[in-house]
Design a protein around this ligand. Structure first.
Ligand code: F0G
Length: 433
């Protein structure tokens, strides 16, 4: 079955070879996606093949991405694949989080269990496989931190040189540290994410470097498997809602594409609704979704949020994401810094934990149940996108009452948990207990 790159522009729909080095349509400028004309998936057979592969010791089968390779068939063979055993992330129920969110039950799909601690690994193994296939030597990305950590690891594992561009002073140390440790040449640019993306695109074109931001269609293919694995784990019973944070909107695009393709193949019988949650200070997609005229997104020039992973004012994948949220009869919500911080602490108290951007999901659920959009007894899966250890500084400040939002307002430690300094004295400690 031939794979190709297809322009998503409704009036254009130009097609290009799967090994063309393109990120946007040369004819109309729209985004591109991987397409598989004539793809016929035998749902019953795939369900049993994919389940059997969980018992296999083959590297490809152990990967929670490549196990589902029939639904991402953009490679001719798998020699170019480097896997760090991405995917295979658990479903965890959080009863206290459900109560806080106004739901009877709530399940988290925790992508923070990935090798570099975020959902980016699902896409990166595919993006890097394509880079190797194209015989690229250097790969680059701009990142709010997780993409760079992931790209650094996968590129180094594949023997490629990773080049990383990050907004100076605006990513968490956990993420920056990963990029350095995994050997990426790291540039801290005095600009925000959106400005740096434009810069990196220019550099990539001039220097023949392969770009691995989420405009890269192969990263989106990899992130599709988060949804495939979720359905496999639920024995192909889709939930009513899938809730996820929205930044550059690659994940929203990937989830929607996966759900549509699974429905078309008969792997699932109905489409879950997507609920995308943005931080109030970086919510261009929320504004677009509310507007009656949705043909262009008004960017936020100076996006602000302590959830730095989603501090993006001009999300590149908005046309794809808009299509997916609309097709799934989904919604877009926005949440405040205080709401994110409290929701994050509640997820922590469930013994689960996540990074700030991920907690926007629970904060969003709380708003959606309060407004009646989401029923109390709805079947909901929230996707936690990053590991709790990505941003320890935020955590410590919250629990000690020292966290301030970008405007300098103190965030209340409503679920705070202060460490207690004590003398080396059993009696005094006993008195405190
Ligand atoms: N959650 C986390 C933890 C992220 O790192 C990101 C994006 C998102 C959510 C939003 O996902 O962009 O697909 O809508 N981080 C990117 C990065 C932008 O550079 O690591 P999205």
């Amino acid at each position: 079955m031939p794979a190709e790159l297809l322009c998503i522009g409704e009036k254009c729909r130009a097609r290009f070879p799967i090994d063309a080095v393109l990120y946007n349509c040369p004819e109309c400028g729209s985004l591109l996606e991987a397409a598989y004309p004539g793809m016929l998936l035998d749902a019953a057979k795939l369900k049993s093949t994919w389940r059997m592969r969980r018992m296999s010791n083959l590297q490809l089968d152990q990967s929670g991405v490549w196990r589902y390779r029939e639904i991402i068939p953009f490679l001719e063979h798998y020699d170019s694949v480097v896997t760090l055993r991405e995917g295979d992330t658990p479903l965890l129920s959080g009863p206290a989080a459900a109560r806080y969110g106004g739901l009877d039950d709530l399940v988290f799909k925790h992508q923070g269990f990935n090798p570099t601690g975020s959902f980016k690994d699902n896409g990166m193994t595919c993006g890097v496989a394509q880079a190797v296939r194209l015989r690229m030597k250097r790969v680059a990305c701009v990142s709010t931190g997780n993409t760079s950590a992931s790209m650094a690891a996968y590129a180094s594992a594949a023997g490629l040189a990773p080049l990383i561009f990050i907004p100076h002073g605006n990513i968490s140390y956990g993420k920056l540290a990963q990029a350095l440790e995994y050997g990426a040449k790291t540039f801290q640019v005095e600009a925000n994410f959106d400005q740096i993306l434009a810069l990196v695109r220019t550099l990539a074109e001039r220097l023949g470097i392969y770009l691995l931001n989420s405009i890269n269609p192969f990263r989106i293919e990899g992130q599709k498997t988060i949804m495939v694995e979720l359905m496999d784990q639920r024995d192909w019973h889709p939930p009513e809602w899938i809730v996820l944070p929205g930044g550059n909107l690659g994940n929203t695009s990937a989830f929607g594409k996966a759900l549509r393709e699974m429905k078309a193949a008969g792997l699932i019988q109905k489409m879950p609704r997507l609920a995308v949650i943005q931080a109030e200070g970086s919510a261009p997609f929320y504004e677009l979704f509310r507007a009656s005229e949705r043909s262009s997104l008004t960017k936020v020039d100076h996006p602000e949020t302590l959830a730095t992973a989603i501090k993006i004012g001009d999300p590149v994948s908005w046309p794809k994401a808009l299509h997916e949220v609309t097709t799934s009869n989904g919604v877009v919500e926005k949440v405040s810094e205080q709401e994110i911080a409290d929701a994050k602490a509640v997820i922590g108290r469930c013994g689960i934990g996540c990074e700030p951007a991920s907690a926007a999901t629970l904060a969003g659920i709380r708003k959606l149940t309060a407004s009646g959009v989401m029923r109390k007894d709805a079947d909901v899966v929230a996707v936690l996108t990053g590991n709790v250890l990505k941003d320890p500084d935020y955590i410590y400040r919250y629990h000690t009452g020292a966290l301030e939002d970008p405007s300098g307002t103190r965030i209340a430690a409503n679920f705070g948990n202060q460490p207690i300094v004590v003398p080396n004295d059993a009696a005094k400690i006993e008195a405190l207990l």
